[in-house]
Design a protein around this ligand. Structure first.
Ligand SMILES: [Zn+2]
Length: 236
């Protein structure tokens, strides 16, 4: 992606912020900061910090589990799509380590969903309207991050885990082909919603849904192409 700068290191692991992450923050924050209501702006500030930390914890979970399983993380990047954990060493070829590394991220969001939901049920939180608004939004957002990342499409964690699982039954090319095909169906579903043709699970349209459809469509199309071409014909 574009320009990125290091914001710090967590036990030696550099954390970068990509310029596109600022766009994501503006998209999240705009509803809270227009109108100049101080209470809403405070909620917005805490929600944005909470969301950024949730993404960071998701990526850290990939890094920690990878490190434990012998795949060294090189750095974490927060970007317009959320975040990414980059690896310094090659990914393990076996299915189970790859599945564990992929699922560590969404599992963290599921844990945070439960945590913020339980917090919201504590009287000290639920009786305080502003604090509850923050925990409620963060519970909802982590629930969505879990569900979204578990979608069986590239480049999402659910897609990578399914590819590794299918690789135990099929050739690696065919495993990639199956996930890519499911990914294209999901991309078509996002385009359907994004174009305002209908809703799925109550999710409505919007520009970001069209962007998502485009990104998923491209990634899964490329995955299918790389699966059906023998390695020596592969473009880099
Ligand atoms: Zn992830």
């Amino acid at each position: 992606m574009g320009a990125k700068f290091e914001i710090g290191r967590i036990r030696g692991l550099p954390v970068f912020i990509d310029a596109s992450f600022i766009i994501l923050i503006v998209l999240w924050g705009q509803n809270y900061f227009v109108g100049g209501n101080t209470a809403r702006m405070s909620i917005g500030f805490l929600v944005i910090v909470g969301l950024a930390l949730s993404i960071l914890l998701h990526e850290l979970a990939h890094a920690v589990v990878g490190h434990r399983l012998g795949v060294a993380p090189s750095h974490i990047e927060l970007n317009g799509l959320g975040g990414l954990c980059y690896w310094a060493s090659a990914m393990r070829p076996e299915a189970w380590p790859r599945i564990a590394i992929s699922l560590a991220g969404p599992a963290t969001n599921l844990l945070l969903y439960v945590l913020f939901t339980l917090l919201g049920e504590m009287p000290v939180v639920s009786s305080h309207r502003l604090v509850f608004a923050v925990t409620d939004t963060l519970a909802w957002a982590n629930g969505w991050m879990f569900a979204f990342n578990m979608l069986p499409a590239f480049p999402l964690d659910g897609g990578k885990a399914l590819e590794a699982l299918l690789g135990k039954l099929l050739s690696s090319g065919n495993a990639r082909l199956v996930v890519g095909a499911i990914g294209l169906v999901i991309a078509a579903g996002c385009a359907y919603i994004g174009l305002g043709l209908g809703t799925i699970f109550g999710i409505g349209g919007g520009t970001w849904m069209l962007l998502l459809a485009f990104m998923l469509g491209l990634e899964n199309f490329m995955a299918i192409q790389s699966a059906s071409n023998p390695p020596w014909q592969r473009r880099n």
